[in-house]
Design a protein around this ligand. Structure first.
Ligand SMILES: C[S@@+](CC[C@H](N)C(=O)[O-])C[C@H]1O[C@@H](n2cnc3c(N)ncnc32)[C@H](O)[C@@H]1O
Length: 274
């Protein structure tokens, strides 16, 4: 296993290359803002699925490791292996093993785990459908695969506010550059079922967009980092983008954030039935 990207790179390079390079100042704070907005929902779901003492966990694309640490500190799991292409934001600590690896590499085989978790990772990777199957193979019998990714909640009927214009340009720009595609996210339950998992289910959570909230900071930072990709779509210009950032932080902001869909499925338990 290596940290070297595998497979054909999209036009603008892969995640972390042209857009969201980890070496750019503040990238850890941007990831932390997203984590702050969604960690509570993720932890509540993982606890409801029974994740707790004795569990071995794999967190794929672990980012700054907020969830890995909460699994250890709050859920009391036995261990977490946190894997990312770039592990500069992941200091190891007791119970937390850290590994630099590209999860799309064919030789990515870190063992099997009772929980395999990936949040805001697959949507950025072109091989996402194959990856659902390969991540399912890393789940131990009786264990669970939990996938979370963004769902775009703007529609043709959503009024053109600075927010919706910027949001649409962002999805379009990220798709054209690094290959991000959130249109497939609502199909995750179907993909989990197709990967041989059972008792599949899913839910969506949407953090409220309020001035100064972590999710508002996250979108403002994300637009700043993907500004060139957004402008290249022609759907937004610099002035509108600046207006969208001000709108996010204003009392006039009346918009629905993108949501987080979490889907999960269980690996059949191979133990003979008594
Ligand atoms: C948007 S961040 C999400 C971080 C974390 N999962 C969270 O929800 O806070 C995406 C993470 O996936 C990592 N990543 C992207 N492509 C990857 C790949 N092919 N293999 C391993 N990690 C990858 C990035 O380096 C980044 O840390």
């Amino acid at each position: 296993m290596t940290g070297v990207p595998h497979g054909g790179a999209p036009e603008g390079g892969r995640y972390g290359e042209a857009v969201f390079p980890p070496e750019r100042a503040g990238e850890d704070e941007r990831i932390d803002s997203g984590a702050l907005a969604y960690d509570g929902f993720s932890m509540a779901r993982l606890r409801a699925l029974g994740v707790g003492p004795g569990w071995t966990c794999l967190d794929v694309g672990a980012g700054t490791g907020t969830l890995a640490r909460r699994l250890l500190d709050e859920a009391g799991v036995a261990s977490v292996l946190a894997v990312d292409r770039d592990v500069r934001f992941l200091p190891p600590r007791p119970g937390l093993d850290v590994r630099a690896a590209d999860v799309t590499a064919p030789d990515f085989a870190p063992g099997t785990f009772r929980l395999v978790h990936a949040r805001f990772v697959l949507m950025h990777l072109a091989e996402r459908e194959r990856l659902v199957s390969s991540l399912a193979e890393l789940v131990a019998p009786g264990g669970v695969l939990v996938l979370s990714d963004a769902v775009d909640l703007t529609s043709d009927r959503t009024p053109d506010t600075p927010y919706t214009v910027a949001m649409r340009a962002m999805w379009q720009g990220l798709r054209a550059t690094i290959g991000t595609d959130v249109s497939v996210v609502p199909a995750y339950p179907h993909l989990l079922h197709g990967a041989g998992l059972e008792r599949v289910a899913a839910e969506i959570h949407v953090p409220p967009l309020q001035p100064g909230s972590p999710i508002s900071r996250f979108w403002a930072e994300t637009w700043e980092r993907s500004r060139a990709a957004m402008l290249a779509t022609g759907a937004v210009d610099d002035a509108t983008l600046d207006e969208a950032v001000r709108y996010l932080d204003s009392a006039a902001c009346a918009a629905l954030s993108a949501g987080m869909l979490t889907a999960w499925g269980w690996k059949p338990d191979a133990r003979p039935q008594r």
